[in-house]
Design a binder for this molecule. Sequence first.
Ligand SMILES: [Fe+2]
Ligand SMILES: [Fe+2]
Length: 375
Amino acid sequence: MSITESENQQILGRADLNDVEAILSVPIVDPTEVEHIVKDNADAIFTWDYSLSRPALRKLYEKAKTGQWNATTDLPWDKDVDLEAEVSKDLAAMASGLTATHYDGTPAEKWGDKEWTDFAMEQRRWSLSQFMHGEQGALLCTAKITETVPWYDAKLYASTQVVDEARHVEVFARYLDEKLGGGYQINAHLRMLLDDIINDSRWDMTYLGMQVMVEGLALAAFGNMYQFVSEPLLKQLLRYVMSDEARHVAFGVLSLQEVYSQMSDKEIKDRQEFAYEASVRMRDRFMSQEVWERMGVNTRDVIPLVLNDPTRAVFQQMLFSKIVPNCKKLGLLDRNDAWLRRRFEEMGVIQFENEVDTGEEYVKFELGEVYEPLS
Ligand SMILES: [Fe+2]
Ligand SMILES: [Fe+2]
């Protein structure tokens, strides 16, 4: 085994990043499950230092107070959504995100327009469901950060994020229930990642896992969906959520910059490994096993093809367009002989390292600003 393979074995539980059997060995979550319990292993910390010590966080707190919106009254819920018509319209813009001919040899080879439209409808339900579950993860993580972070300014800010995340769960759950006829259970890889983040006792790991990795990916994924959907309610909902999400990523970057600049190489290595593991879990989740299964396609036949689909690869890479520059800003790419840089090279996402990081970018996402997605 090479060093990389043995590190992968230890961090991911598999030597080969693309080991399909290992990826699929994580069982799909039982769709009838209604509760899932995770130990959060953390101390709640009081601080008696109420002084303004971190002006950048306090500025973010002020922004958060004026950036609040009301999901019930600010979005056009009264309109019906014809999902089939909407995805058919969007298909022209982005197809199903896959190269149809790439799936020859599986049942998808015989799919016509109807089946690809069905697939796109399921994919839409699945994606929004994962956003919803991820939002609940963010709600729990931010409540945890409010307790565990030792800084007063950060506790104030984190409390506003709890409200933001409640609103995000609310809008995705309502959209799925009222407009799409229901959603999917949480993806197995996403659940594993959220469990790991909540389980870790170190307060900065909650930030790194949630604010930098999960929310960094969400910001890119929402931006991508915002560009190709035309349905007005969904579009507006995404725009509103993104205005909050950009602040959340900024909260992670601004807080961790201070902590990571003082950490030893060994401590940083733990963080690099955690960032890598989170990246791989998120990549694994985007293979949407549950959708293929519902469409009657054997996941063992199709996942190797999904891994190598050239259309999907572009989408997959785009998901890391915020994570990589933010990791760079935190000093995680190049410490320990550029350990994380090498991992991101293997994943084919290092090209985003010089994109704008989200430490200041949130201002661009504020409601009232014209949002211009990355080209
Ligand atoms: Fe959120
Ligand atoms: Fe968030």
